[in-house]
Design a protein around this ligand. Structure first.
Ligand code: AMP
Ligand code: MN
Ligand code: MN
Ligand code: MN
Length: 291
């Protein structure tokens, strides 16, 4: 079985629709896919609708990726197997979306002082009524010729300390774990090596995530070397977390594909072994959109 438990649609900063995403996952022989958009569950019903109506051979896990604050760092927590229809959870996610809109308005204002005409409405339009992210600003700035690549925009405009950077006011890491648990899900520390933490801080992150009730960490992602996987798995064992895998697919590129490069060795305990219900319950948990 091939699992990919971290992916994005155009309801956050992915470029594919939910239907395109699940179809692409099937093409890439993914058996179990989690859609984990930033602070929103908007894409899940459409994805499930596509799977049901086309009888696609894939199971969908209801997911989300929540942005949090932890000691000045921005840490992402993936929730898997959440109930996307849960009222309280939806209200909670709405508060994150409101923060995203306010931040985006401020980003647009700041960028106007740096030769970028007011772009809030255009950036909002790129977000398909879902989560507005820095990636949408990056795409807009590439579109209007301010940079050649998304990473170029992050580097020159959107990274901390740059003109368009606006500090975030996300919920605390422990709060996100609580939200996910309250919605019936499993809490996963996303891409632990992406935060550029030194060894001491990485250890502290894994420890405090575990103490907050966190359940798993992403051990395998496409650009992670075997040595890095071992490093994260060692920390997982130390702090009693199991292992998740995810491509964090946003759009087709040469270096990232759904389901690709997510190998783990046999000694690693995967999430689906520790939480078998996650997969068994996946099909029934998401109501498809009814036509
Ligand atoms: P936000 O949640 O709005 O702060 O946006 C964060 C998103 O920006 C992440 O989920 C990534 O998809 C994307 N991102 C962050 N840093 C970079 C970068 N250096 N190059 C390209 N995309 C990035
Ligand atoms: Mn993203
Ligand atoms: Mn992330
Ligand atoms: Mn992600």
């Amino acid at each position: 079985m091939k699992f990919d438990l971290h992916s994005h649609t155009y309801y956050s900063d992915g470029v594919l629709s939910p239907a395109e995403l699940v179809t692409r996952a099937v093409t890439n022989k993914v058996d179990v896919l989690a859609i984990t958009d930033h602070d929103t569950v908007l894409g899940l019903a459409e994805a499930q609708q596509t799977i049901v109506s086309q009888q696609l051979p894939i199971q969908l896990i209801a997911g989300v990726e929540i942005s949090t604050s932890w000691h000045e760092f921005e840490i992402h927590i993936v929730g898997l197997g959440i109930d996307p229809a849960d009222d309280l959870f939806q209200r909670r996610l709405a508060t994150q979306q409101q923060r995203r809109i306010e931040r985006a308005q401020e980003m647009a204002r700041r960028l106007t002082k740096h030769q970028v005409p007011d772009c809030f409405e255009q950036v909002l339009a790129l977000a398909h009524g879902g989560a507005i992210t820095r990636t949408h600003f990056a795409r807009h700035l590439v579109n209007i010729g301010k940079a050649n690549s998304l990473s170029g925009v992050f580097k020159h405009y959107l990274a901390r300390g740059k003109a368009g950077y606006v500090p975030n006011n996300w919920i605390e890491l422990a709060e996100a774990v609580q939200w996910i648990h309250d919605a019936g899900g499993v809490a996963v520390l996303a891409h632990p090596l992406k935060y550029k933490l030194n060894g001491k801080w990485l250890t502290r992150l894994m420890k405090e995530f575990s103490e907050a009730g966190g359940d798993a960490a992403e051990v395998a992602s496409p650009q992670q070397t075997p040595v890095q996987k071992r490093e994260i798995w060692r920390l997982c064992q130390q702090f009693e977390l199991v292992a998740s895998v995810g491509s964090d697919f946003h759009q087709p590129t040469d270096w990232n594909e759904l389901g690709r490069g997510l190998y783990m060795t046999d000694d690693i305990v995967p999430l689906w072994q520790a939480y078998p219900d996650l997969v068994d319950a996946a099909v029934s948990a998401i109501e498809p959109v009814l036509n």
